[in-house]
Design a protein around this ligand. Structure first.
Ligand code: PMP
Length: 407
């Protein structure tokens, strides 16, 4: 750890070394998905070329090798988030499935008519819709924590929403649309003081911040491998042992059972109770390499590098005529969301793409948040460990030109 050596890191990412529309690619869509280092790509190739086998059952060598690697990733995830045990780490296909798992199983058993679930204005659709579906089914009530104009949560309002009716609080650690980092540790303590459980959406925090589930004391943590330099199709749900053990299974099928008969079926222990069917073995195994990559650099060094990029981008862009930042929270991950006066975000995105610069435009799966700001969408540049100051300068230069067209 220490200072990030950009060239050394960039050399590990084959995809970055290409031209797009005749210009070197500057990839700023990292909040949507990060690129993958060569170790992850090689691990996938190696799995299918050498180790491919179904896990947890075969008596043969390949099966036990694949099982060992698969379970080694679980060990790495456990350490990565400081979970007390591997049994509390469940593999899913992404943050979305992790949240749906909790909403359907915890929700089915523990949420009743009149109970309240609290989420926030900052939430991604995947941390809104599963709770709406549950509320509709159960007659429970969804309460929304409002935000201030700078994109920070209104914590006074949060305190006032909490009551003995609150059964679940589900809040994002860092906003994908604005970058706001929420003070979740104290929010979790407050939720517990009324007896509610707390689900933390870590999709946008796990690549940037230390996420220690024991220190935070969250009951659940959901995140996606593909946003932390790992493959798509893999997610994690961490849950506290006693909560997971009290929850009914999610899907029924192989692996999640102890014994099946037509008169009575008994369920497997955690985590397998929640992992029905053949999982995404190859991608889980390759995910290990992504965690090792992050561990080698260290979150502190990653954060320091990304903070430098964000500070430089924020400061330079503020000088552009017609630049409107959306979300100016004090504490942010490396997300710069903005509009350019009189130009549709989509057009800004197209013009940047013509210069080889990849950003995201639109509502970022946070339509209620866009509504809060009375906008249709934003342009979002989100930075990762392999981005450079020179790339930021190219972004600023292109945006300056774009802004001059209409401003
Ligand atoms: N929550 C947040 C904050 C996100 O940014 C995302 C992905 N954009 C998700 C949840 C959903 O993650 P996935 O699509 O990987 O399931």
């Amino acid at each position: 750890s220490g200072i990030i050596a950009e060239e050394k890191i960039r050399a590990l990412f084959p995809i970055l070394h290409q031209e797009v529309n005749g210009k070197p690619l500057a990839y700023f869509d990292n909040a949507a998905t990060t690129q993958k280092p060569i170790q992850v790509i090689e691990a996938l190739k190696n799995y299918y070329g050498v180790d491919n086998s179904n896990i947890h059952r075969g008596a043969h060598t390949l099966a036990s090798r694949a099982t060992d690697y698969f379970e080694q990733t679980r060990e790495l995830v456990k350490t990565f988030i400081n979970a007390p045990s591997v049994e509390e780490v469940i593999f899913t296909k992404g943050t979305t499935e992790s949240i749906n798992l909790v909403a359907s199983t915890f929700g089915r058993k523990f949420i009743n008519a009149g109970d309240e679930i609290i989420i926030s204005t900052l939430e991604h659709h995947s941390n809104i819709v599963p709770w709406q579906m549950l509320c509709e089914e159960k007659g429970a009530i969804l309460k929304i924590i409002p935000i201030h104009d700078n994109g920070e949560l209104d914590l006074e309002a949060y305190k006032n929403l909490l009551s003995d009716k609150t059964k679940m609080v589900a809040v994002v650690h860092a906003s994908n649309a604005l970058g706001t980092i929420n003070p979740v540790k104290e929010m979790i303590t407050q939720a517990h003081s009324v007896g509610a459980k707390f689900l933390l959406d870590g999709a946008q925090s796990t690549a940037h911040l230390e996420v220690d589930v024991q220190d935070l004391n969250c009951d659940f943590l959901a995140f996606s491998a593909h946003k932390v330099y790992g493959p798509t199709g893999v997610g994690v749900l961490y849950g506290k042992r006693e909560v997971l053990e009290a929850m009914p299974p999610y899907q029924g099928g192989g692996e999640m059972i102890k014994e099946v008969s037509f008169s009575k079926t008994t369920y497997n222990d955690i985590p397998y109770k929640f992992e029905a069917g053949t999982p995404n073995i190859g991608d889980v195994i390759a995910f290990a390499e992504a965690i090792k990559f992050i561990n080698q650099l260290g979150k502190a060094a990653i954060r320091a590098h990304e903070n430098r990029l964000l500070a430089h981008a924020t400061e330079s862009c503020s000088k552009i005529n017609g630049f409107i930042p959306i979300g100016t929270a004090k504490d942010k991950v490396s997300v710069l969301s903005f509009g350019i006066n009189n130009i549709h975000p989509f057009d800004v995105g197209m013009m940047l793409d013509a210069s080889g610069i990849a950003v995201r435009t639109g509502h970022h799966c946070t339509q209620p948040l866009m509504e809060r700001f009375n906008i249709e969408g934003t342009v979002r540049a989100s930075f990762a460990v392999y981005n450079t100051m020179e790339e930021i300068d190219r972004l600023v230069e292109s945006l300056t030109k774009i802004s001059k067209r209409k401003n």
